[in-house]
Design a protein around this ligand. Structure first.
Ligand SMILES: Nc1nc2c(ncn2[C@@H]2O[C@H](COP(=O)(O)OP(=O)(O)OP(=O)(O)O)[C@@H](O)[C@H]2O)c(=O)[nH]1
Ligand SMILES: [Mg+2]
Length: 247
């Protein structure tokens, strides 16, 4: 299940990782769209939440604004979690990739995401891939905020979670990887950002993130655009699903 901030590449990764699995591993892959607000998916869904409701319909029928309709859609998704799990369980594939709503905070911080994760956990082995977007981590303190969001997601969803840095084909990704791989540089850079009273908080978040990465492993650089790192993502999935996996 791909989770990430708006525009981080959830839909693109669902498509490109699925194509990679089909081509390189010759695996059968199922695709699920759980974003009721999207107009288009780059993959052909085997189950699409839009067959039950769409944000557009809710805006029209219930005379809601865009945010009201997205919140209503999240409530409906929670209500329909049993049907969603049933439909997903009907997909007979070795891997099923799930694309989630763009408004991550509504999915993760309301009950919807945790309820869906728990329902899916009962029907099979599930892994969340938390996607970092290098565009949102241009400074060390921004990165500490992004990391804390990943920690919060892991705590909220309560299922195994791996972290991936998408768009690693972009030049911005290089700096993010350096900070992630060299904790002392990360700390040093935050200190030099002259955040005033917020320095201590950013440092605490960076420390928390380092403790967190001990639990979930390092952030894997990938690119939905070029296919970089998809083999490593596959290895990590196998490791998590293997009973003897260290994770
Ligand atoms: N350079 C680059 N761009 C990417 C990559 N992955 C996605 N994008 C671009 O990022 C934008 C958002 O991609 P989506 O796959 O729609 O992201 P999303 O998280 O599904 O977006 P929402 O569902 O709207 O939140 C698009 O313009 C993609 O082309 C990548 O690996 N590299
Ligand atoms: Mg999307």
């Amino acid at each position: 299940m791909f989770i990430g901030t708006a525009g981080s590449g959830k839909s693109s990764l669902t498509y490109s990782f699925g194509s990679w699995l089909e081509k390189e591993i010759e695996a059968s892959v199922g695709y699920v769209n759980l974003d009721p607000g999207c107009m288009h998916t780059p993959f052909k869904p085997d189950f699409d939440i839009r067959s039950l409701f769409t944000v557009d319909d809710l805006m029209r029928k219930e005379r809601l604004g865009p945010n009201g309709a997205i919140i209503k859609a999240a409530e409906l998704m929670k209500e329909y979690s049993g049907i969603i799990a049933l439909e997903i369980s009907k997909i007979k594939s070795e891997f099923t990739l799930i694309d989630t709503p763009g408004q991550m905070e509504i999915f993760v911080f309301r009950d919807t995401g945790p309820v869906i994760a728990e329902t899916l956990r009962r029907i099979g082995r599930i892994l969340a891939a938390y996607i970092f977007d290098p565009i949102l981590a241009k400074t060390a303190s921004d990165l500490s905020v992004a990391l804390s969001l990943a920690v919060a997601t892991q705590i909220r969803l309560g299922i195994p979670c791996v972290s991936i840095l998408n768009k690693s084909d972009l030049p911005e990704a290089e700096a993010v990887l350096t900070l992630l791989n060299y904790p002392e540089k990360f700390i040093d850079r935050i200190t030099k950002e002259r955040l005033g009273v917020s320095t201590d908080i950013a440092l605490a978040l960076a420390n928390l993130a380092q403790r967190y990465s001990k639990h979930i492993g390092n952030v894997i650089p990938v690119s939905a655009k070029t296919g970089i790192g998809l083999d490593r993502l596959y290895d990590i999935c196998r490791e998590v699903f293997c009973v003897c996996g260290e994770l």
